[in-house]
Design a protein around this ligand. Structure first.
Ligand SMILES: Cc1cc2nc3c(=O)[nH]c(=O)nc-3n(C[C@H](O)[C@H](O)[C@H](O)COP(=O)(O)O)c2cc1C
Length: 197
């Protein structure tokens, strides 16, 4: 598997999902393979800030996040897709991100013991849609995603952001954006950064 894509919308077959499928088409066209994980199908509790991972780099909470740690560690390319909810990512996406605190501690501990090697191949991509066109509409979510990928030991490898779609299916009308998303998917798998909004 080349790409792990997390869908963060609670709405199935929604706009961010359609955009993600277009981008993954590009990934496949360029010869890559992808696995999609829908966060709203999983039970991922919020981080309880117990400090357990500070010493071990492992999360003490056992739930559907537990098997995802190994998947995240062992893949070089991740996509997170989330619509904008109140200028940020969805609650499902945020719970997932907060639980990557264990990976941030894992990285810190490995750096302290000299076991950590940066791998420039490891890149995270962000896909988002928002109904409105506020100039700062994606700013908060991008900052969250940059820091989340840092915790996962990845560079921020770009984003694909669309303003306008609101109702389920609206994304279909944005044919040009869907075509650009396919191209962005090809670039992502080939290691070229994309930033589109
Ligand atoms: C709880 C909630 C909060 C939202 N907050 C915003 C917002 O702050 N700004 C905005 O432009 N759109 C906002 N939206 C609209 C969604 O971003 C938009 O409907 C998007 O297309 C949903 O994508 P999806 O189909 O992938 O879920 C919000 C929608 C919901 C349900």
């Amino acid at each position: 598997m080349d790409v792990l894509a997390f869908l963060g919308s609670p709405r199935k077959k929604g706009n961010s999902e359609m955009l993600t499928h277009a981008l993954l088409e590009g990934v496949r066209q360029a010869g890559g393979s992808a696995e999609i994980i829908r966060l709203c199908d999983l039970k991922i509790s919020p981080c309880i800030s117990c400090g357990g991972c500070d010493k071990t780099g492992k999360c003490v909470v056992q739930d559907d996040m537990t098997p995802l740690y190994e998947k995240i560690i062992s893949i070089d390319k991740i996509i997170v897709a989330s619509p904008i909810f109140f200028y940020g990512v969805t609650a499902q996406t945020k719970a997932f991100i907060d639980r990557t605190q264990a990976l941030w501690n894992r990285k810190r501990l490995m750096q302290e013991s000299g076991e950590w090697t940066d791998n420039p191949e490891r890149r995270g991509f962000f896909i988002s849609v928002a109904a409105t066109r506020g100039i700062k509409i994606f700013e908060g979510a991008i900052l969250t995603m940059r820091y989340a990928y840092d915790a996962m030991g990845m560079e921020y490898g770009g984003d694909f952001l669309v303003t306008g779609p609101d109702k389920r299916g609206d994304m279909e009308k944005y044919e040009q954006k869907l075509a650009e998303a396919r191209e962005a998917g090809e670039n992502f798998i080939l290691g070229q950064d994309t930033h589109v909004d």
